[in-house]
Design a protein around this ligand. Structure first.
Ligand code: NAP
Length: 286
C-alpha cells in the first residue's frame, strides 16, 4: 500500500472484520470491511476502482480457521467480483514456478487463479516472485532472529541447488508499477534478484555481511517429516522444500528488468534484512 501511495495512487484496502486497520488512515488509505470468502462484500469494495491488487492468502494461517480455501475459493470470488464490476485490471501476487508444482497446494492455488483470470477474460497481470528475503513480522521474526544469533542460516536448498530470493520491498514496488504499466497486461512475470543462490551461498553471504562464520540449517529434517504426518500445513511446506530442491525455482528476470527497471542485487536484499533485524547498523541518511 505504501508503494502505491508513493506513486500518488488513491488506495482502498479490503480489511477483514475484526482485523486491526488503525494504522491505515494515517497512510492515507481508505478502509472497506470485507472478506474474500464473503462474495457480497467484494462487490462493494471494488466499486469504481481502476485496479484490484490481490496478495491475500489463507495458507499462512494468520487466524484460527484460515486455510487454503481462501487461496482457491477466495481468489475465485475476487475474480468473479472483478468481472461483475468490470474492473479494468487485476494485479495478482502469485508465486514463481507455481505452474510446475502441482504437489505444493499453495503454489497450485496461484496457478489455478491465474488460469481462472484468463478464462474469465479479466484483464490481469500476474507477478511471480521468488522466496522473500526480508525480516518477517510476528513470531517468525523472533524465530529467525534467534537462529541467526546462534549462527544458523535457514536455507531452503542444499547440495549446491540454487533458488531465487527477492526483497519484499522490491515485490511491493513491482506490484505498484503493475497497476498501470501497459506492457504488463496479460503477462505472468517472474520477479527475482540478480542471481539465484544455493543454501551454501546464502550462508556464505550472511557470514560475509555479519563478519562471522555461519552454518546452514535446512527445513527438511526428520522432525518436519514427522510433523507433516499430522499437519496439512507442514505437509505443504515439506512439499515446497522438495520442489525447491528440484532447482526449478529460479526466475527469468529479463521481463522484470524491461518493465520495472534494474533487477536488484541479492546482496542488497540480504543486507537490508539484517539491518531490519537489528543485526547490522543502519547508516543515517545524508
Ligand atoms: N513469503 C514468501 O517467500 C513469498 C514468496 C512468493 C510469493 N509470496 C506471496 O506474497 C503474498 C504475501 O505473503 P505474506 O506472507 O506477506 O502473507 P501474510 O502476512 O500471511 O498476509 C496475508 C494477508 O491476507 C489477508 N487475508 C487472509 N484471509 C483473508 C480473507 N479471507 N479475506 C481477506 N483477506 C484475507 C490477511 O488479513 P488479516 O490481516 O485479516 O489476517 C493478511 O493481510 C502472498 O500472496 C504470498 O503467496 C510470498
Amino acid at each position: 500500500m505504501r508503494a502505491l501511495r508513493a506513486r500518488g495512487k488513491v488506495v482502498r484496502a479490503l480489511v477483514r472484520p475484526g482485523s486491526d486497520a488503525s494504522g491505515l488512515p494515517k497512510e492515507g488509505v481508505e478502509i472497506v470491511r470485507g472478506d474474500m470468502l464473503d462474495p457480497p462484500s467484494l462487490t462493494n469494495a471494488m466499486s469504481g476502482v481502476s485496479a484490484v491488487v490481490s496478495s491475500a492468502i489463507g495458507y499462512s494461517r494468520r487466524r484460527k480457521g484460515d486455510s487454503l480455501k481462501t487461496d482457491f475459493d477466495g481468489n475465485r470470488n475476487l475474480v468473479d467480483a472483478a468481472k461483475r464490476s468490470a474492473v479494468p485490471r487485476f494485479v495478482f501476487l502469485s508465486i514463481l514456478a507455481c505452474d510446475q508444482a502441482p504437489n505444493v497446494p499453495h503454489f497450485w492455488a496461484k496457478k489455478v487463479t491465474e488460469d481462472f483470470l484468463q478464462q474469465q477474460g479479466v484483464p490481469f497481470v500476474s507477478l511471480r516472485p521468488g522466496a522473500f528475503l526480508g525480516a518477517p513480522s510476528g513470531r517468525y521474526r523472533e524465530w529467525m532472529l534467534a537462529g541467526l544469533q546462534k549462527g544458523q542460516v535457514m536455507g531452503m536448498t542444499q547440495g549446491g541447488v540454487r533458488m531465487t530470493y527477492i526483497a519484499p520491498d522490491e515485490v511491493a514496488r513491482a506490484l505498484a508499477m503493475a497497476v498501470d504499466e501497459p506492457r504488463a497486461l496479460g503477462l505472468r512475470i517472474d520477479l527475482g534478484s540478480d542471481r539465484p543462490l544455493s543454501g551454501e551461498e546464502l550462508t556464505e553471504l550472511a557470514s560475509r555481511l555479519l563478519h562471522r562464520p555461519m552454518r546452514l540449517r535446512t527445513m527438511s529434517g526428520g522432525g518436519m517429516r514427522l510433523a507433516a504426518l499430522f499437519s496439512p500445513g507442514i505437509r505443504g511446506m515439506l512439499e515446497m522444500t522438495r520442489f525447491f530442491q528440484t532447482g526449478k525455482y529460479v526466475a527469468d528476470t529479463r521481463l522484470q528488468g524491461e518493465l520495472f527497471g534494474p533487477v536488484p542485487k541479492v546482496e542488497d536484499a540480504a543486507h537490508r534484512m539484517l539491518q531490519d533485524l537489528g543485526l547490522l547498523p543502519v547508516k543515517a541518511a545524508g
